[in-house]
Every structure is written in structure tokens, then in C-alpha cells.
Write a protein that binds this ligand. Structure first.
Ligand code: COA
Ligand code: ZN
Length: 314
């Protein structure tokens, strides 16, 4: 384990209101979303993925994207991100002043067809139009490669294929790349290898990792990624999330669990953990069900319990 050589700073993009809310059984009211984002804005996160400008028929829960984007109070040091699948989504995102557009396509053709109803070439064609539209606006563009660590329909995706896709993104002018593990298929050794290949192939290109904890490997994957040089992660408050078009998808790695672990590794995230936990505490009430986050339930490692000696104690 080489984490002692690791950075002192990692940045976090919270995706709960996008990846999380998109798959909830119920629509979260617009004003509740806005209030939650405003509280997250004060917690020290580098980025917040606010919503998706996608078809309201595909993702009904995010049909209020414009109202949310326009209703939030923006903090100067937070980048507000929106997922965009196509030209129409880009028009909508630009009209309400997003800070960053996150263009998403899957590495696996079959998941892209299920999720975006486009072949990968059709998605890339849309991205070319988006890049032309964005020119001169100053809006940042990140390109996400979904199913980068395995596709639920096709299985493993070759690292060479992932690098070719990343190269096409960067050739179009995107300035950063996210490798997403849409259905929690990534395992630590694989993560270390892919991160290393990426950072050697694209020196200086900002890389983000987007992990889901579907098979319990989420935080182990973070350690492997940090060890290989990664400095930026997506995570979701409460560990909610999941792609509605991928069978068996479950929540993202949990932001407060991630911050808690990184702090114990001596890695600063800039996030105020107590403030984040106070926000996460309200999620079960907002959503009407329990959430996967563990620190929320167990308390921080340093939270001790009053000890009451009883005759039975040993
Ligand atoms: N925003 C709003 N509406 C959009 C849109 C966008 N970005 N893109 C297309 N639409 C509308 C069209 O206007 C059309 O509306 P109409 O039927 O009322 O005329 C309808 O959606 C269908 O358009 P079409 O171009 O045929 O799209 P499609 O049905 O093939 O779907 C996507 C393509 C990309 C729009 C859709 O699959 C989608 O939004 N996917 C997002 C999935 C997602 O967010 N997954 C989770 C995150 S990874
Ligand atoms: Zn996701």
C-alpha cells in the first residue's frame, strides 16, 4: 500500500440529485431539490451534478431541470454540472447557464442503445454538434465513458477501446474525462491498471472516477484509483443512485463515507464532514426510504458511546 505517497487533496463531485434522484420511485419536488443543492453548496464540494437535460420521457424525475438550474443559489467556488446526451440537451443547458456540461456515452454499444437510444457513432455525432455549439461560451465540457469497467450486456471492455474513446473526446475539444463504472463491475486491480494507462496515455488531462457500490467494491476501488494517481471522484450523498437503463444497477459510492475514509487516510477533500452528515440525515425523510450510507448510521469512527458497566459485562 503506497497511500503515504498519495496527494493531500482529492476533489469530489456530488451526483446525488442527478444520478440519485433519476432512479427514485418518486419525483422529488423542485423546491426540495433546490434546498438540498443550496445546502450542498455550503459543504466544500468542488462540484455538484445538478440535473440532466435529457428527454423527460426517459427520466421523468428530472423533468424540472430548467427550474432547478435557475433556482439554485450558486456559490463562487462550486462548479455546477449537468448531464447532456445530445444537441437538444445542450441548447437547454446553455439557456440556463450551466458551469459544466457532462456528455455521456457508454463504452459498450448495447448499453448506449438501451440508455441513449443511439449507437456510439450517433452519440459521437451529437457530441460534435454540441462542441460546435459550445464554442466561445466558456462552458467547460467533460466527457464520460459509461460502462468503462464492464458492460452489463457485453462484459469486459478492452482498455484500448476505452483509450480510443477518450482520444476521440479530447480531439473534439473536451477538457476532462470521467471513467464510469455504471453497474459496479470494477475491481481494484482493474481500476489501478486502467487509471495508470489513462494517466500515462493522456498526461495532464483531468480524470474523474465514477464508481457504483453494487458489489461492495466501491471504496476499495477508490483506494486503488488514488494509489494509481487519480485525484477526482464522483460520489452521491447517502449512496443513492443508479442508471434506470442498466439491469441491477444500484447506488453510487456514498459521499460522506468517502470523505470519512479519505480523511482517515490523511487526504483532504475540502468537504466539511459534519455538515455533509447533517444534510444526509434528511435524505431518508425526503425519499421515504432508508439510504445505503454507512457512516450516517454508525457514526464517525471517533464518535464514542457512553459506557454503562453492567454485571454481565466482560
Ligand atoms: N431534452 C428534452 N427532450 C428531448 C431531448 C432532450 N435532450 N432529446 C430529445 N428530446 C425529445 C424530442 O424532442 C422528442 O420529443 P417529442 O416526442 O415530444 O417530439 C423525444 O424526446 C424523442 O426524441 P428522439 O430524438 O427520438 O430521442 P429518443 O427517444 O431516441 O431518445 C434521448 C434519445 C437521448 C433523448 C433519450 O434516450 C434520453 O434522454 N436518454 C437519457 C437517459 C439517461 O439520462 N440515463 C441515465 C444517465 S446515464
Ligand atoms: Zn452513475
Amino acid at each position: 500500500m503506497r497511500l503515504s505517497k498519495s496527494p493531500t487533496r482529492v476533489s469530489i463531485n456530488d451526483v446525488a440529485v442527478r444520478d440519485g434522484f433519476q432512479s427514485e420511485p418518486m419525483f422529488v419536488p423542485t423546491e426540495v431539490k433546490i434546498r438540498l443543492i443550496d445546502r450542498l453548496s455550503q459543504s466544500g464540494l468542488a462540484k455538484i451534478e445538478v440535473t440532466s437535460f435529457v428527454s423527460p420521457r426517459a427520466i421523468p424525475n428530472l423533468r424540472d431541470a430548467e427550474e432547478v438550474m435557475r433556482g439554485i443559489a450558486r456559490a463562487a467556488d462550486v462548479i455546477y454540472v449537468s448531464l447532456v446526451p445530445n444537441e437538444r440537451g445542450c441548447e437547454r443547458a446553455l439557456a440556463c447557464g450551466v458551469g459544466e456540461i457532462n456528455l455521456v456515452m457508454s463504452a459498450g454499444e448495447r448499453h448506449n442503445l438501451a440508455n441513449m437510444r443511439m449507437t456510439c457513432e450517433q452519440s459521437l455525432e451529437q457530441f460534435r454538434c454540441v462542441m460546435a455549439m459550445i464554442k466561445g461560451t466558456g462552458v467547460r465540457v467533460n466527457g464520460t465513458i459509461a460502462t468503462a469497467f464492464g458492460c452489463p450486456f457485453e462484459g469486459d471492455q478492452a482498455p484500448s477501446k476505452i483509450m480510443r474513446t477518450a482520444a476521440r473526446y479530447l480531439d473534439m475539444g473536451m477538457r476532462s474525462v470521467t471513467l464510469a463504472d455504471t453497474t459496479g463491475m470494477a475491481a481494484p486491480l482493474q481500476v489501478g491498471e486502467l487509471v495508470q494507462i489513462f494517466l500515462q496515455t493522456f498526461r495532464g488531462v483531468p480524470l474523474t472516477l465514477h464508481f457504483h457500490n453494487t458489489r461492495g467494491m466501491g471504496l476499495a476501488n477508490v483506494i486503488a484509483a488514488v494509489d494509481a494517481g487519480a485525484r477526482s471522484f464522483d460520489a452521491s450523498l447517502g449512496g443513492i443512485g443508479g442508471c434506470p437503463f442498466a439491469p441491477g444497477a444500484t447506488g453510487n459510492i456514498c459521499t460522506e463515507d468517502l470523505v470519512h475514509m479519505l480523511e482517515l487516510c490523511g487526504i483532504d477533500t475540502g468537504v466539511d464532514l459534519d455538515r455533509l452528515l447533517a444534510i444526509a440525515k434528511d435524505l431518508p425523510r425526503i425519499l421515504g426510504h432508508d439510504v445505503p450510507g454507512q457512516v450516517l448510521k454508525a457514526g464517525k469512527r471517533t464518535d464514542l458511546h457512553p459506557h454503562q458497566a453492567s454485571p454481565q459485562s466482560v
